[in-house]
Each structure stands twice: as structure tokens, then as C-alpha cells.
Ligand binder design. Structure first.
Ligand SMILES: *Cc1c(COP(=O)(O)O)cnc(C)c1O
Length: 390
């Protein structure tokens, strides 16, 4: 019997379970990746080039958009998106507070004001009702985040964007391959922003990012702005930034991209397994499971449960002592960060965001996670509540 099979049939309570083990997915395609990297080294061409062109075409095809433009990171994709639509001083951009920092820093760095709105507790995503109330004559854009791999509720947001002439920029960093009403993430607003940071569903060997759009004019702007606004050579009509994608990253990502469909399917299978395993242990009151929306295809960048009643920290410590990796995405809402103090947002103004920050706990969900490992995770959580009733 192979060792993998042995582990699957005989779950063992002291088996360590990492939050993420990227080496398992790299192992299977190691030779192909090495070949691709060697090819780039031998080509002597390290910034943009044919590997980046190939990746841009492939991502445009996946997202069902006309153009994809590579850049240095997901954070830069957000920055370039806002630069391209001329966000600047005096403008407001509506963003969720329950997200990664980069969603808001792009707004701030351009001198505009991030306007934080609350989330829907069930999906963790931007609440369209709060967005509606946050719109003012100064609103220039809305950035819905497809948090944890589940698309934000785009239909009402699109209506608001059309009614008020506001740009809709998707932060799809965690959602490559996700769908909303049959349509791909990255094709749900005017611009989609993706990240190839190693923890994302398509992760490189370093930083990388991509913008998607079906507008020819915006795609041209992105290409101009990512290269210092230079066109033609040494001629600058606008000030851009240096944010290009490395050829080596693109070469690695082109190999990995072939697996994206099966990796996302494996994440979905793992999410279903957790649901089944949790249903078998009767913790409905202690553990709130994440939901998939019927009209969405969730790609599970994270599997995030809620532990209400102030027990999360104790559970996390308990799991850490048993070598089960977990993470809190995100412990401090953005509207409560010191760097945004001058916005003077009162504590308690976004109650669902603040509650989520206290309750969420992300469990291992990476594609190669074994059923036996999931049994261990759920087994420890069950034991925690059995042996430590509050
Ligand atoms: C990862 C991430 C980003 C930033 O991407 P980087 O490539 O790390 O710069 C932005 N927004 C969200 C929601 C993310 O998860």
C-alpha cells in the first residue's frame, strides 16, 4: 500500500496539517517548471517578452475578456486600474473594510478617500445596500472584493455603477476561475485585478499580477502606465510607474495555469468534504460553515469558518498545539487601522465587519489536502468543544 493511501485509510490524530503546502503542487510539475525557467535564462530576456504575452492571452481566455495586461503584483494591478480611470485628490472610492490592505491602499496612495462599507455576514462580501448609502457626487469607483474565492453580489453593484456613472473595479486577487451568474470573475466590471502571490489559487514563485478588461482604451492605458507612461521610447505624456511582470514568473505561471481547473476543482471537493465532516459531528451552534451561493461558482481560496461566542482564540491555540495550521483573514478591519485614523471613522460603524474580524478562522483547503488530514482537523475541533465546553 502506498503511503498516501495508508494515510487516507488510517487517519492519525497527531498528523500535522499545514495551512498551505505549495510544495505538493510544485512536486508534480517540477520538471516542466525547471525546463521553462531554464528556457527564460537561456533567452537572456527577463522582463515582459513572449512568456508574458502567452500568459496574458491565456488569462484573457480564462476570464473571457478581450485583454489581459501583466504587472508586478495584485496591489499594483489595483493601483494601475485606479490610475487608468484618473482617480485622484477629491475623489471617493467605495471599498469593503473586511479585506486585504491593498484594496484600500491603492485608493489612499492616489490621494483619494477610501469609503469603507460593511459586509453581508453570510458571504463576507461587500453589502450592496451599504454601497448604495455610501454613494456621493464625489464617488468615482467601487471596488468589490471577491473574498476567499466567492464573487461579490455584482448584479446590484452593476446597476448602481450604471445609474451613477461610477467605475466598477473588481479585486479578484482571490478568485481566478470563479463565476457569478455564469460569468467569469475579471469580466464582471470594467476592470479585473488579479494576483499571483504564492498563496493565491494561481501562485507564482514570487510576486506578480494581472489586469483584465474588454475595453481597448483601458488596456492601452494599463500598458502605458505599467512602463513609466513611456511611449514612444523616452517620451512621457503621462507619469506612470514601473510595474512589469518578470519573464520567469510568467514562464512558471504558464506551466501552472494548465492545472488551474483541476486545482480549483480539488478545492471545491475539499470544501464539500469539510461540510460533510462537520455535519457528522453536530457542532452547528459552535461552528458556522461558509456558504456557496447558488448563482456563484466558489473557488475556495480560503475555507473560512466562524467561531462565535469568543472562543476563537482558544480554539486556534488548541489547534496550533496539535500542529494544525490556521489563519485569521483578517483580524483588524481596515477602517480601524492607524494609518486611516485621519478619516475619523467611529468604532462600531461597520458592525458586521467588526464581528467577522472577531469570529473568522481559515482552515487548510489547498488542492492536495488529504481526506485524512481534513478528518484530523475536524476531529480536533470536535474534541476542543467536547472537552472544553464553555
Ligand atoms: C493578495 C491580495 C491582494 C494583493 O495582491 P499582491 O499580489 O499580494 O500585491 C489584493 N487584494 C486581495 C483581496 C488579496 O487577497
Amino acid at each position: 500500500m502506498s503511503t498516501d493511501l495508508a494515510r487516507q485509510t488510517a487517519p492519525c490524530a497527531d498528523l500535522p496539517v499545514p495551512l498551505l503546502d505549495v510544495s505538493r503542487s510544485n512536486e508534480a510539475i517540477r520538471e516542466q517548471i525547471l525546463d521553462a525557467v531554464v528556457r527564460v535564462i537561456d533567452s537572456g530576456r527577463f522582463v515582459l517578452g513572449p512568456d508574458v504575452d502567452e500568459l496574458e492571452k491565456a488569462v484573457a481566455a480564462i476570464c473571457e475578456v478581450k485583454h489581459a495586461v501583466g504587472c508586478a503584483s495584485g496591489s499594483d494591478a489595483l493601483l494601475l486600474a485606479l490610475m487608468a480611470i484618473n482617480v485622484g485628490a477629491g475623489d471617493e472610492v467605495i471599498v469593503p473594510s473586511f479585506t486585504f490592505f491593498a484594496t484600500s491602499s491603492a485608493v489612499w496612495r492616489l490621494g483619494a478617500r477610501p469609503v469603507f462599507v460593511d459586509i453581508e455576514p453570510r458571504t463576507f462580501n461587500m453589502d450592496p445596500q451599504s454601497v448604495r448609502s455610501a454613494i456621493t457626487p464625489a464617488t468615482k469607483a467601487i471596488i468589490p472584493v471577491h473574498l476567499f474565492g466567492l464573487c461579490a453580489e455584482m448584479s446590484p453593484l452593476r446597476k448602481l455603477s450604471e445609474q451613477h456613472g461610477i467605475h466598477l473595479v473588481e479585486d479578484a486577487a482571490q478568485a481566478i476561475g470563479a463565476k457569478y451568474d455564469g460569468q467569469m470573475a475579471g469580466n464582471l466590471g470594467q476592470v479585473g485585478c488579479f494576483s499571483f502571490y504564492p498563496t493565491k489559487n494561481l501562485g507564482g514563485f514570487g510576486d506578480g499580477g494581472m489586469l483584465t478588461t474588454s475595453s481597448d482604451a483601458l488596456a492601452r492605458r494599463f500598458r502605458l502606465l505599467r512602463g513609466h507612461g513611456m511611449h514612444p521610447r523616452y517620451t512621457h505624456d503621462v507619469v506612470g510607474i514601473n510595474s512589469r511582470l518578470d519573464s520567469i514568473q510568467a514562464a512558471v505561471l504558464n506551466v501552472k495555469l494548465r492545472q488551474l481547473g483541476s486545482w480549483n476543482a480539488a478545492r471545491q471537493r475539499n470544501a464539500r468534504r469539510y461540510t460533510e465532516l462537520f455535519e457528522g459531528v453536530g457542532l452547528e451552534k459552535q461552528v458556522v460553515l461558509p456558504q456557496n451561493e447558488n448563482h456563484c461558482e466558489h473557488v475556495w481560496n480560503q475555507y473560512t469558518i466562524r467561531i462565535p461566542a469568543g472562543r476563537r482564540e482558544a480554539l486556534r491555540d488548541y489547534l496550533r498545539e496539535r500542529n494544525v495550521g490556521t489563519e485569521i483573514y483578517y483580524p483588524i478591519p481596515l477602517h480601524r487601522q492607524k494609518c486611516f485614523q485621519s478619516l475619523e471613522i467611529s468604532t462600531g460603524s461597520l458592525p458586521e465587519t467588526e464581528r467577522a474580524a472577531k469570529e473568522v478562522l481559515s482552515l487548510p483547503i489547498f488542492p492536495e489536502l488529504l481526506e485524512a488530514e481534513q478528518q484530523v482537523v475536524v476531529g480536533h475541533i470536535r474534541q476542543f468543544f467536547d472537552t472544553r465546553p464553555s
